[in-house]
Design a protein around this ligand. Structure first.
Ligand SMILES: Cc1ncc(COP(=O)(O)O)c(C=O)c1O
Length: 388
């Protein structure tokens, strides 16, 4: 008899818990007939600013647009150089390309999958004109603050891609969104997801905040008067109203994700698995769990990503699919070897850690409503397959 499937993410379970509040929030917007920006968006902006401890928050249409708007507000122009990791979602690099700037890809730290001070320093060594760096806080974990020090020493602006990391915190105690300029995504599968597309920027800089507000409405600081050409990138009121219902639950959901992650860590460890700080080449059971966050940091586990040898990853996926266990590969092909960036001249082998992560990583379910017995079944299924 086949067992109940375990999805990668169960948005229905989350919706069931807040169904009444969501219906009331939608109904209010429909009754008010204020669908674009308006009071719901302004209220959400205030609430996100408070939550992230940022002076300013500006809603927009998506996390991808947030990146483009922020690069515009940082005055990135054709010919400028902007650095980002190769192992990230496409939008990070796509935004740089859209502005006509030159992308320099960096490799990642194999333990955290984020930029490290060393990988970044190696990538920018010898470059004199790096205008901005985009650290991506991948899978819900903030980069080490030493990355920011390397950016500052190089005179580069910092734009945080925290599309997967709202609610996370740096090891020095800083909250994600509370420094420089930060982009968030409310794509439905994110730890704070809308019921459609949505995005948010936070910034500490009043001038950047004002510019972002103008750029998201076609560059018009005053309606119909345009000093520059902007975008149509507004957060709509229905999404804002839904997100206002969800935001007060976010810490609780993030804590539940972290508790589930710790439970996975313990289950895998008791089966003999080490963390990602131990390379797979060191042997033992061929699976690595995410290295737990360093003291002081807060990881929100937007994804829980295990690592298995390249030759076993796709067969393991098939087996999990057969067993009804949701899983996903984030990301199967690093950006420096994507055909659309061929003109940049990168070759296979240039960023070995990004390429190895693309071959070896696999996300398994970690959503807040996941139950203990479901986690046990996931771990048993993974371990028994890898022990064959
Ligand atoms: C790291 C990263 N950056 C940017 C984005 C783009 O966000 P959105 O899907 O809201 O455009 C995403 C989301 O998928 C992401 O994961």
């Amino acid at each position: 008899m086949s067992r109940d499937p375990i999805p990668l993410l169960d948005l229905q379970a989350q919706h069931d818990a807040i169904r009444g509040e969501i219906a009331a929030a939608i109904s209010k917007v429909v009754n008010d007939q204020r669908f674009i920006l308006g009071p719901e968006v302004a209220a959400l902006e205030e609430e996100v600013a408070r939550y992230t401890e940022a002076p300013f928050a500006i809603g927009c249409a998506s996390g991808s647009d947030a990146l483009i708007l922020a690069l515009r507000a940082l005055d990135i122009e054709p010919g400028d150089t902007v650095v980002c990791p190769s192992y990230t979602f496409f939008a990070t690099a796509g935004a740089i390309h859209r502005l006509g700037a030159k992308i320099v890809f960096t490799d990642i730290d194999p333990t955290t999958y984020n930029l490290s001070a060393d990988t970044l320093a190696a990538a920018i060594d010898g470059l004199s004109n790096v205008k901005a760096v985009i650290p991506v806080h991948l899978f819900g974990q903030a980069c080490d603050p030493s990355v920011e020090t390397v950016c500052r020493d190089a005179g580069a602006a910092i734009l945080h891609d925290a599309a997967q990391a709202i609610g996370s915190g740096f090891s020095d105690g800083g909250k994600m969104g509370s420094r420089e300029t930060t982009c968030f995504s409310f794509f439905p599968a994110k730890n704070l997801g809308a019921y459609g597309d949505g995005g948010m920027l936070t910034t500490c800089d009043e001038k950047i905040a004002a510019r972002l507000k103008t750029l998201r409405v076609h560059g018009a600081a005053t309606k119909y008067f345009h000093d520059e050409v902007g975008m149509n990138s507004r957060l709509d009121s229905l999404q804002a109203a839904i997100l206002r219902v969800k935001l007060p639950h976010l810490d609780h959901w993030n804590d539940a994700r972290a508790t589930n992650a710790a439970h996975y860590d313990a289950l895998f460890a008791s089966a003999g698995a080490a963390s990602s700080a131990t390379p797979l080449s060191d042997g033992g059971i061929p699976v690595r769990t995410p290295e737990p966050p360093v003291p002081g940091a807060r990881h929100v586990y937007n994804q829980y990503v295990i690592r298995v040898p390249a030759g076993k990853r796709d067969p393991l996926r098939e087996h999990l699919n057969d067993e009804g266990i949701g899983n996903a590969v984030y990301y199967p092909k690093p950006l420096h070897v994507q055909p659309c960036f061929a003109e940049l001249g990168y070759q296979k082998g240039d960023l070995p850690e990004s390429e190895a992560a693309a071959r070896e990583t696999l996300a398994i379910p970690v959503y807040p409503e996941l139950r203990r017995e479901q986690q046990e079944r996931v771990v048993e299924t993974v371990i028994s397959f890898l022990s064959r």
